[in-house]
Design a protein around this ligand. Sequence first.
Ligand code: PEP
Length: 250
Amino acid sequence: MSVRRRLVIGNWKMNGSKAENQQLLSDLVKLQNAAAANEAAAELAVCAPFPYLQQVADTLKDSAIGWGGQDASEHAKGAYTGEVSVAMLAEFGCAWVIVGHSERRAYHGETSDVVARKAAAAIAGGIAPVVCIGETQAEREAGNTLRVISSQLEPVLALGAEAVSKMVLAYEPVWAIGTGLTASPEQAQEVHAHIRSLLVQAGAPEQRVLYGGSVKAANAASLFAKEDIDGALVGGASLVATDFQGIANA
Ligand code: PEP
């Protein structure tokens, strides 16, 4: 039986406003306080748009809910217009940063090498990267899922066991993100078991591997029942406090 504590991270993406965030965060804190008595409760975090990190930090600072950014630069500082460094995120108390989300890979051309450098920068700056990987529909249909996962992870795992031991991985099949299609628990477990075998080879067998892709309160329990699924990275459902807490309680 695994001792890995479940982790549920919300990815707000480019959603929210000061007013909406305040409501969502206060509701989350109330729900989290109510769930706190449950020793098996999942660890929770939210990854918000950069301009709202101060609001998130102020609202969550006395709660058990962590927070983070949705991306960070691989560079420490300098002429990188529009980018945000790991040190800046750290100033806002971020414990987490998502790197390599499929939307960053698809719309901003991020390669797995860039993602690995971002993960390394996060670790150097004391923030845990949540490294996202996942295949497209076409790659799955061509029977290439596990090859794609291996190749996306190669430069990340090459950072070495010490670095990998500070990461969380998130398997997010691109075809399941925001589409309402979820990988079946069996499909997800097959990939998670593969990722686990790569983590074993990398010398960090107990790192948490989250599943992401249309996770809801209704399907979370069957996913979490699988041996190598240690929690979820949640997009849409993280914008509704009861849905997000429902996943955490699953
Ligand atoms: C995500 O963007 O990381 C995600 C999993 O989105 P959704 O839950 O909306 O599919």
